[in-house]
Design a protein around this ligand. Structure first.
Ligand code: C2E
Ligand code: MG
Ligand code: MG
Length: 709
């Protein structure tokens, strides 16, 4: 264009600029814009060729051109015989490309012309940038429209909060949010989402959410949230940051709220069933183990003790057998609730099955605190219970083991509590005992004991000993009490107190009782044949034996086998045995009497001790319990009781035997009270048959005593 006058050039450039501005506003897409600008350059600007290229992998790619042959490469399009100019199309973050223009003649471009063309290129680049921005905005808008349609219809609650403002105000909530929480959008927009947890701030999940918010990352937690009406719901919350595309800063958080209350309730129910006893609702064994573990861990840290009480109801089997399962189950439920009332909220009451319960007492400074619980439980159980509309009394045997003294884990504590509990059973039940290491030296635990006792029966480890009974008047032996002994090959002599209760519970008492009966009958026969003085022998009968099918029939068979007379036998019963089921009791007592046997009431003074009812039974003898005789010379009450019992028994036509006489003084007092017979270490311990035979042969008798003190 150099051959034209400067005025011409200026006019042309001005109309080019006007044309380009017009075209710029006409078009809405990038490629058309570039093509249109190029043609303006050739048509209005008079340049032979104008092209736009964008950077590609191998140099520029032609995207628009005018005055150039069609479909040519960038190189071909820009091959020119006249001078050319290549103008950058500046952009952000990358330049868009270049605008190429060939000059109309060899003179090239004048300076003012060059400036106008640069301005045109800048204008083009700016237009491209704004087209792209508009395009992006449009795309975003349609995406947002789609997104919000999805948000409106989803069943999960969505809450969007702004994280560029303090307090993270809510900027959006969807309808599901309103439905789940009960709050309307209007009520919550602008507020912090914190109101959903109210003051229930002690939740582990909250820490996770807070940490995620702080470090602008995703987070998940299940939280206890509260609806507008105050009702709790479980929120499986997921939060995710929304980042600004250009700057990478977090502008918002999207929170997805899923109401999982039903699932949690179901899980809690499952968990409850897995950890609780269905019958009583108490903790079951698995939860118990957890709780003991936790209690020990805490006690270790706080330098305190834990008490583990193992409780077994006494004679529960009788209730179960006697009343049936349903009433027995009700009884267990009542017992469970009484136990729960005896302890603190933080303690655990568990049922191990059957009639076995465990109480874990925590936060203990002193073993005494646990004995208070033990005593409280016994007192609470002592209140009468109603089973099948009958009043029933239950009692329990409780063994106690203490952490750290008796073990440092649950299993050891339970085992030792069991050992202690069994000790209680042996020693009259309805009581509690602390475990002591000596108890374990007994070497036989309960299970062992049962198996051992069965074997003992087969292997003749059981033997009857005899303790002489003497007349206080004549000082002569008049009979003996048969007392069972178990000579264990490993442990040695085991006393009846240690195995009779077990035999009673397991039913082994029946064969055991028959063994005693048979041995006694054979022995009496042997003494008779040896021509020794006639002795009657007293045999102890336990409750279960007494209620067995045909007790009298068994006795008769034993008598027949040995060929001795029924009058040589006496049967010792206890008050509690005869107090129940009076009709059947009377029948059995009469049958035994019909065989010629005598009947005595053992351990008198320890039970109901009601003399008036005794009139109803065909009893011959009363045996005053050892516990009264023991202190008769020291305790005036005991002396008075013994004296009164003897007098009243006599008035009812009964003879009286004093048990456990160990001293001369006791003997003298009993003589003063007019007691008829006695037995005790003073004269002889229970001895094996051979030794008893010697006593008989030697005609041993009470040495004549001095004058009455
Ligand atoms: P029980 O019928 O009251 O027997 C008296 C207990 O007092 C016996 O204990 C006897 O050894 C003990 N004894 C006698 N004199 C004295 C004394 O002077 N001082 C002291 N400290 N104790 C004395 P044992 O032999 O240990 O029997 C305990 C209980 O076991 C008996 O109490 C009885 O209820 C039961 N028993 C023993 N043998 C049999 C049996 O063959 N069958 C049944 N069913 N029970 C039995
Ligand atoms: Mg006895
Ligand atoms: Mg007795």
């Amino acid at each position: 264009m150099s051959h034209h006058s400067p005025e011409d050039r200026l006019r042309r450039l001005l109309s080019l600029v006007g044309e380009c501005r017009r075209r710029r506003n006409e078009t809405r897409d990038e490629a058309t814009l570039c093509a249109s600008i190029c043609s303006a350059l050739t048509e209005t600007g008079g340049y032979p060729r104008a092209c736009v290229g964008v950077p590609g992998p191998t140099g520029y790619a032609l995207i628009a051109g005018s005055g150039a042959p069609r479909s040519v490469s960038w190189e071909e399009a820009t091959a020119s015989t006249t001078p050319t100019i290549t103008l950058e199309l500046y952009g952000e973050p990358y330049d868009f490309g270049v605008l190429y223009i060939a000059a109309s003649d060899a003179g090239g471009f004048a300076d003012d012309e060059r400036a106008v063309l640069e301005h045109l290129a800048d204008d083009l680049a700016e237009t491209i940038a704004s087209l792209r921005a508009a395009m992006a905005a449009q795309l975003m808008e349609s995406q947002l429209r789609q997104l919000s349609r999805a948000l409106e219809s989803t069943s999960n609650g969505v809450m969007i909060t702004s994280s560029t403002q303090l307090n993270h105000p809510i900027v959006y909530v969807n309808p599901a949010f309103e439905r789940i929480t009960g709050y309307s959008a209007a009520e919550v927009i602008g507020q912090s989402g914190r109101f959903l947890v109210r003051d229930d701030l002690n939740q582990k999940g909250l820490n996770e959410i807070r940490a995620a918010l702080r470090s602008h990352r995703e987070g998940h937690a299940v939280l206890r949230n509260y609806r507008k009406d105050g009702q709790l719901f479980w929120n499986a919350l997921s939060i995710a940051p929304v980042r600004d595309e250009a700057g990478g800063i977090t502008t918002h958080f999207v929170s997805i709220i899923e109401d999982v209350s039903e699932r949690i309730a179901y899980e809690q129910q499952l968990e409850y069933h897995a950890t609780h006893d269905a019958l009583t609702g108490l903790a079951n064994r698995s939860l118990l183990n957890d709780r003991i573990g936790q209690a020990i861990a805490r006690a270790r840290y706080e330098q305190k003790m834990v008490g583990v009480l193992l409780l077994d109801l006494d004679r529960f089997k009788l209730i179960n057998d006697g009343f049936g399962h349903q009433p027995a189950d009700n009884l267990l439920r009542t017992v469970a609730s009484r136990l729960a009332h005896c302890v603190r909220e933080t303690d655990t009451v568990a049922r191990l099955g059957g009639d076995e319960f465990v109480i874990v007492v925590t936060d203990i400074e002193d073993a005494d605190d646990v004995s208070i619980v033990g005593a409280k439980i016994l007192r609470s159980l002592a209140q009468p219970l109603s089973v099948a509309e009958k009043e029933v009394f239950v009692s329990a045997s409780i063994g106690i083991a203490m952490y750290p003294r008796d073990g440092d884990h649950g299993e050891a504590l339970l085992r030792n509590a069991d050992v202690a509990m069994y000790r209680v059973k042996e020693h009259g039940r309805n009581s509690y005992r602390f475990y002591t290491p000596e108890m374990s030296q007994m070497a036989l635990d309960r299970l062992d004991m049962e198996g051992n006792l069965r074997r003992a029966l087969e292997r003749d480890e059981l033997q009857v000993y005899y303790q002489p009974i003497l007349s206080l008047q004549s000082g002569q032996m008049v009979g003996a009490e048969a007392l069972l002994r178990w000579c264990h090959p490993r442990i040695g002599m085991i006393q009846p107190a240690e195995f009779i209760p077990l035999a009673e519970e397991t039913g082994l008492i029946i064969p055991l009782g028959e063994l005693v009966l048979r041995q006694v009958c054979q022995q009496i026969r042997a003494w008779q044949q040896a021509g020794l003085p006639a002795m009657h022998v007293a045999i102890n009968i336990s409750a279960r034996q007494f209620r067995q099918e045909d007790l009298a029939g068994n006795v008769r068979r034993a008598l027949d086998e040995s060929g001795i007379d029924g009058s040589t036998l006496e049967f010792e019963l206890t008050e509690s045995m005869v107090m129940h089921d009076i009709e059947n009791t009377l029948t059995t007592l009469r049958e035994l009497k019909a065989l010629g046997a005598a009947l005595s009431l053992d351990d008198f003074g320890t039970g109901y001790s009601s003399l008036s009812y005794l009139k109803r039974f065909p009893i011959d003898t009363l045996k005053i319990d050892r516990s009264f005789v023991r202190d008769i010379d020291r305790d005036s009450d005991d002396a008075a009781i013994a004296h009164a019992v003897i007098a009243m028994a006599h008035s009812l036509g009964l003879k009286v035997v004093a048990e456990g006489v160990e001293s001369e003084t006791q003997l003298q007092l009993l003589r003063n009270y007019d007691c008829d017979f006695f037995q005790g270490y003073l004269f002889s311990r229970p001895v094996p048959p051979a030794e008893f035979t010697l006593l008989l042969q030697n005609g041993k008798q009470l040495p004549t005593t001095g004058s009455t003190p």
